[in-house]
Ligand binder design. Structure first.
Ligand SMILES: Nc1ncnc2c1ncn2[C@@H]1O[C@H](COP(=O)(O)OP(=O)(O)OP(=O)(O)O)[C@@H](O)[C@H]1O
Length: 526
């Protein structure tokens, strides 16, 4: 028996068909990933399947109970970090006696160890799982099927995420080839028709130098010949009319962030910390951060990353910013946004740019025309993040302080944000668990670990290398070190599964070999 059966389900948002699902049957123990761009309708689909929202058309039958891990907007009033709150939610969901587990981006806020733990739980549970995620490695490890929502259409792919990507690319290439062939054939027929018609027209003209009587005599002959040519033109025209029309495969709209509006700071050092710490979390830190630095703040869930950023932004004792520094702060709680106000109003309040400029920036984030008037309260998780980032980027800041900015963003939006932050001309401090972002953007790190905050003047890759070296030099390796290397190994492997530029692939393969050697050494206890 199926735990869930859905047939011909349609959901509308006013004029917009949010999604159309022909059929979905979920068997006991089955794990299905749900993917799509921010705002595609994934959460709404899950809520509709769970019976929390009505479908406009179609049939949904559920057998058995449902447990949820919902998208978390972290609560600053709680004494727990975002990641700790997510862990609590996951534990609660698993403790329920439910045959179907619905999880909506459960890895947001989690550190690597947390993601690994969740992956293990999801793989080993005998419950059926519907999992919305932008985490490719997790989808690959957990799901046997992928349900994609794209431009309102739900398509089920019978394989894991890698299968889905390959199959999708194959279908896209096929559709593109079909379309190219259609365009070429259409052009060929049109050119042939033009040529035949031209020939027919020329035929009726008597050749130059022919007398009127000669021309008259030849008219019958030419007329017959011209009739044949006209017939040929007609045949070509009817072939053109019968040519099966192929639609141009649609390019997916991608977001574009814009963080270039800012006033430079003259001084060499933008931020000095004189013994800034938090009792119970991390010991005082002393450092000077140069203007233009891109500082990644890393550490496990609950280590104190958000707390450190709060201390900096609130100019706590010991924190000295350059006088020209203007800080734009993006927080996990997204409390820069007023829920009741529209996206446009929210951005306009803190920006000195005019409405046209703001609308242009919002349109690049795919909030087009009337959409800018949507109240924040109806936005999807990823859309909220985009709106909050737009607000911060369009304020008059020259220092960005971002707390986990890639949470809830789809893969394309993540890559785009990465590109923009990399080329951001101002100073950037950002807390993140996103290793790709850290590798690409950070040129310095603040590492919070073992109740200490350490300023590391190197890139994330250099930090990772230093870690493996330290690990290798210790004779007695802890289980934690082994876990760290194994996690790094899994992550490298995951990335190697995707198409990569050659240089990056070579670097990853080198790193993979290095990590394998480390792991083996650790296992041997040498
Ligand atoms: N009352 C409403 N009025 C207008 N639009 C709405 C309303 N409620 C939801 N939406 C829109 O429906 C779309 C789908 O939202 P949903 O939360 O299902 O997206 P999602 O695919 O889960 O996105 P994300 O990946 O960002 O979490 C979004 O564009 C959202 O703004």
């Amino acid at each position: 028996m199926f735990l869930l059966e859905a047939a011909n389900v349609n959901k509308w948002l006013g004029e917009r068909l949010l999604f159309s699902l022909d059929e979905l049957k979920v068997q006991a123990g089955e794990k299905i990933g749900i993917v799509g761009l921010n705002g595609a309708g994934k959460t709404t689909l899950l809520r509709t399947l769970a019976g929390e929202e009505p479908a406009d058309e179609g049939r949904i039958v559920r057998h058995g109970s449902v447990a949820w891990i919902k998208q978390l907007v972290s609560d600053s009033e709680m004494p727990l970090s975002g990641g700790e709150q997510v862990r609590e939610q996951i534990k609660r969901a698993f403790s329920k006696q439910a045959s179907l587990l619905l999880a909506d981006e459960p890895t947001s806020h989690l550190d690597l160890a947390g993601v690994k733990w969740l992956e293990k739980e999801l793989r080993s549970t005998d419950r059926a799982v519907l999992l919305i995620s932008h985490d490719r490695a997790l989808l690959d490890a957990v799901c046997g099927k992928i349900l994609e929502i794209e431009q309102g259409v739900c398509t089920l792919y019978p394989g894991n995420y890698s299968f889905y990507r390959e199959e999708k690319e194959r279908r896209r290439a096929f559709a593109q080839a079909e379309y190219n062939q259609y365009v070429a054939e259409k052009k060929r027929l049109q050119a042939a028709i033009r040529e035949v018609k031209e020939r027919s027209r020329r035929m009726m003209k008597p050749p130059k130098g022919m007398s009127v009587s000669e021309a008259r005599m030849g008219k019958d002959y030419r007329g017959t010949k011209q009739g044949k040519v006209a017939g040929r033109a007609k045949a070509l025209e009817s072939r053109l009319a019968r040519l099966e029309e192929k639609e141009k495969p649609r390019e997916l709209p991608h977001v574009q962030f814009d963080a270039s509006h800012h006033h430079p700071i003259g001084s060499k050092v933008v931020l000095r910390l004189e013994q800034v710490g938090k009792p119970g979390l991390f010991a005082p830190l002393r450092c000077a951060i140069p203007t233009g630095a891109k500082v990644g703040v890393i550490g496990a869930n609950g280590a104190g990353k958000s707390t450190l950023l709060q201390l900096l932004v609130s100019r706590a004792p010991g924190v000295a910013w350059a006088s020209a520094a203007k800080i734009g702060f993006f927080q996990q709680q997204l409390n820069v946004l007023d829920e009741r106000k529209s996206i446009l109003e929210n951005v306009r309040i803190s920006s000195r740019y005019d409405e046209t400029m703001i609308r242009t920036v919002l349109a690049r984030l795919l909030f087009r025309r009337e959409e800018v008037h949507k109240p924040v309260s109806v936005l999807s998780g990823g859309e909220r993040v985009k709106a909050a980032l737009a607000k911060v980027f369009l304020s008059e800041s020259n220092v960005l302080v971002l707390d986990e900015p890639t949470n809830f963003l789809d893969l394309f939006a993540r890559e785009e944000l990465e590109r923009v932050l990399k080329s951001y001309p101002g100073t950037l401090l950002f807390a993140s668990h996103d290793r790709h972002l850290l590798r690409e953007v950070a040129d310095r790190l603040i590492i919070i670990e073992d109740q200490r905050a350490v300023y590391f003047q190197g890139t994330f890759a250099e930090y990772e290398r230093s870690l493996t070296r330290t690990v290798a030099s210790q004779p007695q390796q802890s289980a934690e070190s082994l876990l760290r290397v194994e996690t790094a190994l899994a992550e490298v492997l995951g990335r190697l599964g995707f198409p990569l530029p050659e240089a990056e692939r070579a670097e990853l393969e080198r790193r993979f070999q290095e990590l394998v050697r480390e792991r083996d050494r650790l296992k041997r206890g040498k």
